[in-house]
Write a protein that binds this ligand. Structure first.
Ligand code: EPU
Length: 431
């Protein structure tokens, strides 16, 4: 078992280089299936979700070549139309992008029901299904828990999304690129990685217009080609380090960011008394560690991102006064709160609402990450706490944060990644 041991209370100073966006990479990598040639992708984040999606592609016949630390080449010439194996698919939610991409290329996809962080009673895919069916596919769950999508021919159509969904918008974009005619996605998601995927597809000869607005129009092409593309910087990785500096105090420059993508986070941190200076492709965050209360509500982009909600809760836990957090995307994204409470935070959760009563200090404790951003929130809290925290469940954190321990160490944090022997189950110990 691996855990992070964090001795809190150190202010943070220096520079962190932000990696490529995980949620863009896990969409762009499956999108390479749509061409029968080679794509070179730069600014690939070194996180386990990306490794998993690459393993799935390799398992199905793609050739993946590492060019340097953050650049890969994917050759999908011999990609096979075979079922995507459960053992790999279950590890990440984004494996459902294989359905859109394989349906687009072969008119047929069989993908095991995906896994990933669980913050709802279920994470529905009805809007993905609605989109595929709108393009003329038949979608069903078949034996072995596989989702099967088949179509003799995909034909462009107008698809109205009943909820704003990042995943469904991306999946319909993927399926529509090689379809006949024009597809219009109404009430589309507008997140930066939707725009990044559209830019990638267009660089390969697709015709996707309107990404970043509510309406995306895709003119189907008979084929698209390979090329070279650089993934955008990770908005959430940058936002997470911004909250770390806000909570622990100090001055840190985050390089390789798009400040515009961070505006929703920057605005909230400024309300809390943090100084954020935007430069061309970097931001400087300065904080005394003394924070003011605020309220926040998570919403689809350009609203405040749900993937930053737990990290902000760690900041609000030590802010002066009482703050209210409203989760507007997921049903069950406050599971980390019990762990923050073990560190002395005063938070009451009622459904999709959390009331955070700021305390003057939180203290280190043994805590357990229950998902990716929950884990990030515990790291932020541990950096600001007095004393030592031991964070378990770090495999969740490493799904989405590259070199987090090295990056934090580089700005003066006292954080170590240690391997410990798994404890014997109590029953065996008793025997
Ligand atoms: N929804 C439906 N039906 C659908 C799809 C979604 O009702 O068919 C609902 C969901 O239940 C949820 C809302 O729509 O209430 C938004 O879900 P969305 O489809 O936008 O989420 P996602 O595509 O599954 C992506 C990110 C998540 C991030 C959400 C929201 C990836 C790989 N994942 O998930 O990121 O929380 O968008 O912004 O892009 C993370 O990185 O930690 C993470 C979980």
């Amino acid at each position: 078992m691996v855990k992070y041991v964090v001795r809190g209370g150190r202010t943070l100073h220096g520079e962190i280089n932000i990696g490529g966006a995980k949620n863009a990479a896990v969409a762009i990598i499956p999108a390479t299936i749509l061409t029968k040639s080679v794509c070179r992708i730069e600014n690939i984040p070194k996180v386990s979700d990306v490794t998993t999606i690459l393993e799935i592609l390799e398992e199905l016949g793609a050739k993946v070549r590492l060019i340097d630390d953050t650049t890969i080449e994917i050759d999908t010439t011999n990609f096979r139309n075979a079922p995507a194996p459960y053992e790999l698919v279950r590890r990440i939610r984004a494996s459902y992008y294989l359905i859109g991409a394989m349906l687009g290329r072969f008119g047929r996809a069989q993908v095991a029901m995906p896994g990933g962080c669980n913050f709802g009673s279920v994470r529905p895919i009805d809007q993905h299904k609605k989109g595929f069916e709108g393009l003329g596919a038949t979608v069903e769950v078949i034996e072995g828990g596989y989702i099967q999508a088949t179509a003799d021919k995909l034909v462009g159509a107008t698809i109205y999304m009943d909820v704003v969904s990042v995943g469904a918008t991306i999946n319909v974009m993927l399926a529509a690129v090689l379809s006949e005619g024009v597809t219009v996605i109404e009430n589309a998601a507008k997140e930066p990685h939707i725009v990044d995927l559209a830019n990638f597809l267009n660089s390969m000869g697709a015709e996707v217009k309107g990404a970043g607005t509510d309406v995306i129009k895709i003119h189907g092409k008979s084929e698209i080609h390979g090329g070279t593309y650089a993934i955008i910087p990770d908005q959430i990785e940058a936002g997470t380090y911004m909250t770390a500096v806000a909570a622990a105090g100090g001055e840190v420059t985050l390089t390789n960011v798009i400040p515009k993508h961070l505006e929703c986070i920057t605005a909230k941190l400024i309300e809390m008394g943090v100084d954020v200076e935007e430069l061309d492709d970097s931001v400087i965050v300065r904080s005394s560690g003394v924070l003011k209360r605020t309220n926040l509500k998570t919403l689809p982009y350009p609203g405040f991102p749900t993937d930053m909600q737990p990290q902000m809760a760690s900041c609000l836990a030590i802010a002066r006064g009482t703050s209210v957090i409203t989760e507007g995307i997921w049903d069950n994204r406050f599971r980390y709160v019990d762990e923050l409470k073990r560190m002395g935070a005063r938070i009451t959760v009622d459904g999709k609402l959390a009331v955070v009563e700021g305390v003057t200090a939180i203290t280190g404790a043994p805590v357990m990450a229950c998902d990716l951003r929950a884990g990030a929130a515990l790291v932020v809290a541990a950096l600001a706490a007095t004393g030592v925290s031991e964070i378990e469940g770090v495999h969740y954190i490493e799904r989405g944060y590259e070199d987090i321990v090295q990056k934090l160490t580089g700005i003066g944090a006292d954080i170590h990644r240690i391997e410990v022997a798994e404890a014997e189950p109590a029953i065996l110990v008793a025997l």
